[in-house]
Write a protein that binds this ligand. Sequence first.
Ligand code: GLN
Length: 199
Amino acid sequence: MLVGVLALQGDFREHIAALAECGVEAIPVKHLSEINAIDALILPGGESTTIAKLARTFGLFDRIAERIHAGLPTYGSCAGMILLADRIEGAAVGQESFGGIDITVRRNAFGRQVDSFEADLNMEGITAPAIRAVFIRAPWVEQVGVGVEVLASVEFNGELHPVAVRQGNLLATSFHPEITGDNRVHRYFIESICKVAIS
Ligand code: GLN
């Protein structure tokens, strides 16, 4: 199995390193031929507006969207979650997403005062201990459609907000497991969604 990590902007190197630690072959993806060759895709954290614009500029946008909607196993962290969302609150003018997950995400949802924070989260499908989740100008999920499973939520100002969701072959987290050295979310993606056994 070959996993591609979209490498237009953002922390794609960290995702490639996390996959390598899981023993999975991963390549940075920048060209149409690479998008056609991969068996699974990761959309990294970064700036969703920039990633979408660059995907348009380099002529990749429609093919990526097409493969995602055709069932390509895809995982998006943070900006990647925004790119997988069908609807975006707080979008920049003209901001596009590939879509695929029937959710509304709110960009930069946690507000300025807590631009970045960490929390211990229990995530469905991942056995204890809790995951140390790092949020950096993160979105949360504001609304979920019927086919969407909420795998983890975080409490903020007394309310619970979904921060990890799955719909079929698509997985998204508001947080960045790629920067913590804990590869359990990547393993979950490979084993439970890509259905490939890793040792
Ligand atoms: N705030 C960024 C966006 O809207 C996401 C931040 C991140 O990926 N760490 O794209």
